[in-house]
Ligand binder design. Structure first.
Ligand code: SAM
Length: 285
């Protein structure tokens, strides 16, 4: 061993100094990591708050506990594609409509098994009419204005491969008497249609959504381009000032997104709010 390789007595303090320096560096790195973690947690909390905010449209009109239990019952029966939060958000729009005393009927276009419409019926004043439009059978085909996402989904439906909302549930479009089932669900959940001024209107939106009654609130949930465009064309002009359309599928189906973007591109009388669901409000005139 040469002199260069043998640690001399003078190298021990040198090693100690280096060790201390390394420990100090490590401590500083740990502090920085802690600070970054705290920052990250703050950002995550803020993101969560914003996400909730976008569904929390009317914090001054919270869903009362009794109604929350009924919404849970609707979801437990797998009657809706909406999450509990989304259903609650729609219900607060009905509660706000009632509290404001705004005139006009309620509308749902696209109801499938009825879950969201039943929730609307539960939240409204029984004297305010609710019109529920659906083909109550197989969803109509998409058009050229729909994208590949829609075409794929429709192919699956027509191939008989679509699944129900629960493991043991048949896809709603394959059932023999969906209209009868939906009417029974309204009654079972405490809002029999005839006593609550609910009209279940069967047929294509293109044929059934007619008339000129003023509308206070509409839930548009028809998936495809033509269906959505028909709803917007027929419903939006009838919105009362402050009246609202909640569009369910903007972030889900390309055709719906195209229809909303096209229809409201040049209509300044409406305010489009990009929330977790898209809300369209008629500005006061
Ligand atoms: C996504 S589902 C509605 C879901 C429901 N709102 C819920 O709470 O889960 C869409 C419904 O709209 C119906 N629909 C779509 N386009 C339609 C049209 N042009 N005319 C009538 N019904 C239509 C479909 O048959 C289906 O029942």
């Amino acid at each position: 061993m040469t002199d260069e390789q043998t640690p001399g007595p003078e190298s021990t303090p040198d090693l100690r100094t280096r060790l201390q320096r390394t420990r100090r560096r490590l401590a500083r790195a740990e502090q920085r990591l802690e600070a970054r973690t705290a920052q990250l947690e703050k950002v995550q909390a803020e993101l969560e708050r914003l996400r909730t905010f976008t569904l929390d449209v009317f914090p001054d009109h919270p869903v009362p506990p009794g109604l929350t239990a009924r919404l849970t019952a609707i979801r437990d029966e797998h009657l809706t594609f909406l999450t509990g939060e989304q259903l609650g958000s729609l219900v607060t729009c009905v509660l706000e409509t009632e509290a404001s005393g705004r005139e006009g009927i309620l509308v749902e276009a696209g109801t499938a098994q009825g879950g969201s419409a039943i929730a609307m019926a539960l939240a409204k004043d029984p004297s305010r009419p609710l019109k529920v439009y659906d083909v109550f059978g197989m969803i109509p085909p998409p058009s050229e204005a729909d994208g590949p996402d829609v075409l794929q989904r429709y192919e699956k439906i027509t191939a008989g491969k679509a699944r129900g909302l629960a493991e043991d549930q048949e896809y709603y479009g394959y059932r023999d008497d969906l209209l009868g089932e939906v009417a029974a669900s309204f009654a079972r959940h405490g809002v029999p249609t005839e006593e609550h001024r609910v009209a279940l209107v069967q047929g294509l939106f293109q044929d059934t959504i007619t008339g000129d009654e003023p509308i206070a609130l509409a839930h548009v949930d028809g998936d495809w381009y033509e269906s959505t465009m028909t709803c917007l064309t027929r419903l939006a002009p009838r919105l009362v000032p402050g009246g609202r359309i909640v569009v369910d599928d903007y972030y889900t189906w390309s055709g719906c997104r195209t229809a909303v973007d096209e229809y409201f591109a040049d209509r300044p009388e409406f305010r489009v709010e990009m929330r977790a669901k898209v809300h369209v409000i008629r500005r006061p005139s």
